[in-house]
Design a protein around this ligand. Structure first.
Ligand SMILES: Cc1cc2nc3c(=O)[nH]c(=O)nc-3n(C[C@H](O)[C@H](O)[C@H](O)COP(=O)(O)OP(=O)(O)OC[C@H]3O[C@@H](n4cnc5c(N)ncnc54)[C@H](O)[C@@H]3O)c2cc1C
Length: 395
């Protein structure tokens, strides 16, 4: 059997660009397909910043992954000469018995991660930008920071290219067929349709994964989520820059808010992780433009909790979360698709891990053992496909 490449990668977003880079770094022949230009704003990886956290509210199963990811982001910075990850420190504010702080403390204690605990008065004294309740505590994590998502994707693709990878931009994969011990990939690009034979195929198609692989058993739910930036009020600029205003997660008013400091000409980014948001029927039709009614709730939260920001001075862009019922990723070899390795459903917290996820799926595609345990992320962990995907998810 002759192959066009040992490894094909569909989707060069966060996970796919990293998979392309890590497969090329292992000396494999590799080809990547991206329906847009890598670094584009039409998927789940645009908007200038993503939080990187080692104090992981999501649970201890992510700690090895994020440690590995941290090393790889630094390696990609060295290889590309770009600044990709800036550690700003992270402030986690909530009631000590609240879900977010309990889970985060469990993780930092179990893994002996460096951290500092502050009471409400200390939070107010050191971070007066936050309006906090009397019964909260603050956890400071020096390992938190901000990643530059577009730059990271472009750097990974460039580095993969330098190592010999072929990159097919503006080329959409329209069908995937296991065949003859490999996978046939049918694509449609500027030069027309073409078929490629690859030994293994990594599918990292984000919100589009189920369209390409409709027999996946893991329920994926795609929702529209906004990226929103708020301008500091007059005289408040310096107080919201990274040196004085760490990235944060703040549980208050029944919402889990997260944010990144103002940097490189953008305002303070604030989002509500758990606000009700609409389902996306077709990821290709999710607009980047957003309407004021979409950011009303986050603006109200900002008005109450971040008084140095102007809740009316908003810049907003539409984005997408792809979630599973347990909010864990879908990574591994789905039983329904021999030859395919899936890297999907990063459930709103995947960017920080993407370099390690890419490395893990590149290893699987080359029949190597991944460096981190992927057991919690099996794409077949829910058993036979549930009916009514949307109905299985609480939000
Ligand atoms: C508002 C918001 C805030 C977030 N904040 C954080 C955060 O602070 N920290 C964090 O770690 N994570 C965060 N996330 C999550 C993180 O950004 C995502 O988990 C991650 O970017 C998803 O990467 P992906 O590779 O799965 O998808 P994408 O990056 O969207 O990549 C999928 C790619 O596949 C391409 N594609 C799809 N189908 C095809 C096809 N058939 N042929 C060719 N190409 C195809 C798409 O064009 C796209 O480029 C956030 C997400 C959102 C929406």
């Amino acid at each position: 059997m002759t192959w066009d490449a040992q490894v094909g990668v569909v989707g060069l977003g966060a996970a796919g660009s990293a998979a392309l880079w890590r497969a090329a770094a292992r000396g494999a022949s590799v080809v990547g397909f991206e329906q847009h230009e890598p670094g584009h704003p039409h998927g789940s990886s645009h908007g200038h910043s993503r939080l990187f956290r080692t104090a992981l509210v999501e649970g201890p199963q992510y700690v090895d992954l994020v440690r590995h990811a941290h090393g790889l982001w630094r390696e990609l910075e060295r290889a590309s000469g770009r600044d990709l990850l800036t550690l700003t420190g992270g402030l986690f504010v909530g009631r000590p018995d609240g879900a977010m702080l309990t889970a985060t403390l469990d993780v930092v204690r179990a893994h002996d991660l460096p951290h500092e605990l502050l009471d409400a008065a200390q939070v107010r004294a050191r971070f007066p930008q936050h309006a906090v309740d009397d019964d909260v505590v603050g956890l400071l994590d020096p390992g938190t920071g901000v990643l530059r998502p577009e730059a990271a994707i472009v750097a990974a693709v460039e580095e993969a290219r330098r190592l010999g990878a072929r990159v097919r931009s503006h080329e959409r994969v329209v069908a995937v067929e296991p065949e003859g011990g490999g996978v046939v990939v049918h694509s449609d690009g500027p030069d027309g349709g073409r078929s490629w034979r690859v030994r293994r195929l990594v599918v990292a198609a984000g919100a589009w994964a189920d369209r390409l692989l409709p027999a996946l058993t893991v329920p994926h739910e795609v929702r529209r989520v906004l990226l929103t930036w708020f301008a500091p009020r007059p005289g408040q600029d310096a107080a919201h820059r990274p040196e004085r205003f760490p990235a944060f997660v703040h549980e208050a008013d029944g919402r889990l808010a997260w944010g990144a400091p103002a940097f490189e000409g953008r305002g303070v980014k604030v989002g509500l992780h758990d606000a009700p948001v609409p389902l996306v029927d077709d990821p290709s039709s999710n607009p980047i433009e957003a309407a004021p009614e979409e950011w009303r709730e986050v603006a109200a939260w900002v008005a109450h909790r971040l008084p140095g920001l102007d809740p009316a001075a908003v810049t907003a862009e539409g984005c997408m979360y792809t979630r599973t019922p347990d909010e864990a990723f879908s990574i591994g070899e789905p039983a329904a698709y021999p030859g395919v390795v899936l890297a999907a459903a990063c459930s709103g917290h995947g960017f920080k891990h993407a370099s390690a996820v890419g490395d893990a799926v590149a290893a699987l595609a080359l029949d190597e053992a991944p460096l981190v345990d992927l057991g919690a992320f099996s794409p077949d962990r829910f058993g036979p496909r549930a009916t009514g995907v949307g109905a299985t998810l609480a939000r």
